[in-house]
Design a protein around this ligand. Structure first.
Ligand code: FAD
Length: 301
């Protein structure tokens, strides 16, 4: 039975990996280590998030250019628009295009106290980017509904507008109950959204941090998940193993439900993401194409 369920996994699975811009030379080394470990899994793209301060934003631009120049991977910047005048966004877009960047994750971002709020939404940013060049655009989607949405239906229709405006893929906020993703995918189909709804997978490392973040982003944390991490507050190694096993369960069910593409919030660490991808059947090419050892037969077959 176990062998059967393994062979049911889809071998054409595609993945993408998300990183955040490192703030120190050590953090930059950690990121490169993770990227080098994950790159042989041939991700469809790798993305770098976009923070709030100028320095952090510059780090995103720099990382993207370095990944593009040094790895040959499709380096994909996240870009937010809520606190940035349109002309500045155009300059950023032109600069990316000039440097060979063709794929952008287009987001609104969150208003920050004391900062400019232009009132622009992700939809406005998609229009702006498409006016500049024919970028390949990914957008955000929310299986547990965006905290500011007027209703689940309004949230869904905003996603439809983003796809109709030219987004070719939606990446979801992380989630833990697979049912909520599957229902959301059905609802997307029912309103005519044809773009891929790529599940965003967050391998849990620190449960306390996760709970705080989930509260801010309206993501449901099921009781069973809380119980899974209960008592591991001072045990990061076991937490990491449990976190990977939770995500492995998640991707295996999703894979059987026909999901062929996953986006990983790596938090600049490779170990859990690599293990999860491995169970999805992803292998570096040199292993994938190595001659297979014949399987040993046991007494009961
Ligand atoms: P939008 O799609 O513009 O709006 C979000 C929601 O608000 C809509 O779904 C809808 O419910 C409601 N809404 C907006 N406009 C309307 C309207 N006109 N009518 C009705 N409803 C409306 N943030 C960062 O700062 N940097 C990042 O790098 C980053 N990366 C992310 C990556 C992913 C995959 C995800 C899921 C989120 C990311 N975020 C990031 C967070 C994101 O910026 C926030 O969730 C933000 O609050 C909303 O951004 P959005 O692009 O979904 O906005």
């Amino acid at each position: 039975l176990l062998n059967q369920s393994i062979s049911e996994l889809n071998n054409d699975t595609q993945v993408s990996f998300e990183f955040f811009p490192p703030g120190t030379p050590e953090a930059e080394q950690t990121l490169w280590k993770a990227l080098n470990r994950l790159a042989p899994l041939k991700p469809r793209f790798v993305s770098v998030t976009y923070g709030h301060g100028e320095e952090s934003r510059q780090r995103t631009h720099n990382m993207i250019k370095q990944i593009h120049d040094r790895t040959g991977l499709i380096a994909t910047p996240h870009l937010t628009c809520i606190d940035t005048p349109a002309e500045e966004l155009r300059d950023i877009a032109r600069d990316y295009w000039k440097n060979g960047i063709r794929h952008i994750v287009a987001l609104r971002g969150d208003a920050q106290p004391g900062r400019l709020n232009t009132g622009q939404s992700a939809l406005d940013l998609i229009h702006l980017l498409k006016q500049e060049h024919d970028f390949d655009i990914s957008v955000a989607a929310y299986p547990n509904v965006h905290p500011e949405a007027r209703s689940p239906q309004a949230d869904l229709m905003e996603l439809k507008r983003k796809v109709d405006a030219g987004a070719s893929r939606a990446i979801t906020q992380f989630f833990f109950d697979v049912e909520s993703y599957l229902r959301f995918r059905d609802r997307c189909v029912s309103v005519g959204i044809e773009a891929e709804i790529v599940p965003g997978i967050l391998p849990i490392g620190n449960f306390g941090t996760l709970q705080r973040f989930a509260k801010l982003t309206n993501v449901r944390v099921p009781y069973w998940l809380q119980r899974r991490f209960n008592g591991l507050e001072d045990d990061p190694t076991t937490r990491s193993l449990v976190g990977a096993s939770v995500a492995i369960d998640q991707v295996r069910v999703l894979s059987r439900e026909g999901v062929g593409e996953f986006h990983f919030y790596t938090l600049n660490r490779a170990e859990q993401t690599y293990a999860i991808c491995h169970t999805l059947g992803l292998r570096p090419p040199e292993i994938e194409h190595a001659p297979q050892q014949p399987a040993l037969q046991t007494a009961n077959g």
